[in-house]
Ligand binder design. Structure first.
Ligand SMILES: [Zn+2]
Length: 239
């Protein structure tokens, strides 16, 4: 009888991942910033990278050709290991990002809740399909490294997109700023730099290649207009 490797594999991965998350000084620092209302999408992005790297590290430790049947990542193993772990990264990062979104909304007087994006199951499926395509897992082990970080970062970008579209459809004019980072940033990332106002937001603003550390930030809807209104209302009440 062939033993099912998944229960033990999953248990090891989840245990180590949870321990790494609990121990992370960076995550604690960002959590404090969220609690005192000073976090922005820069911190959401850092948070996602840290969570993504923590999961990638546990994959590196526990998922290897030598521990897999026939040295291959079978679909039924990939699916049962990657679905819960990647979905968990989505839940953690979507929650933090939407909390930050809500604070940004409040900072300009918008009483809107931060909205969490849905899980991007297509991206999870695509990682699963790539990793099962090779006969020997070690040849595709890299797919469970940087692409896992990239997937986790995309939850932040999806949160911005979801909230920008919601606010835009509600008649506000939310803005997004993308700044290139990296040394030096690639031509594509440089070309995507800028401030975009809904609905003139190219889809590429929310996309990133592996190892891309560009920061996409949300500028709360119509903040200038709201500021101007506040100035006016003060002037009016002063008269
Ligand atoms: Zn980039």
């Amino acid at each position: 009888m062939v033993t099912d490797v998944v229960p033990e594999l999953l248990e090891n991965i989840q245990r180590d991942f949870n321990a790494a998350i609990r121990r992370s000084v960076k995550l604690q620092r960002i959590q404090e910033m969220i609690e005192n209302g000073t976090a922005t999408y820069k911190q959401a992005n850092e948070y996602a990278i840290e969570v993504g790297e923590a999961l990638a590290r546990t994959f590196q430790v526990y998922i290897k050709s030598e521990t897999l049947p026939d040295g291959k990542m079978y679909y039924n193993i990939a699916e049962r290991v990657l679905n819960p772990t990647l979905r968990n990264n989505h839940i953690i990062v979507a929650q933090v990002s939407s909390q930050i979104q809500e604070q940004l909304n409040r900072s300009v007087g918008l009483g809107l809740r931060g909205i969490e994006p849905p899980v991007n199951q297509l991206r999870i499926d695509s990682i699963i399909n790539r990793v099962v395509a090779e006969e020997e897992f070690d040849k595709v082990a890299w797919i469970l490294q940087e692409p896992i970080v990239n997937f986790t970062q995309s939850v932040v970008d999806d949160t911005i997109k979801t909230n920008v579209e919601f606010q835009g459809e509600s008649g506000l004019g939310p803005r997004i700023m993308r700044s290139a980072h990296g040394n030096p940033p690639c031509d594509w990332c440089r070309s995507m730099e800028g401030v975009y106002k809904y609905p003139d937001v190219p889809e590429g603003v929310y996309k990133r290649h592996d190892r891309c550390r560009c920061v996409v930030e949300y500028y709360p809807g119509d903040s200038e207009e709201i500021r101007r209104q506040n100035v006016w209302s003060k002037e009016w009440s002063g008269n």
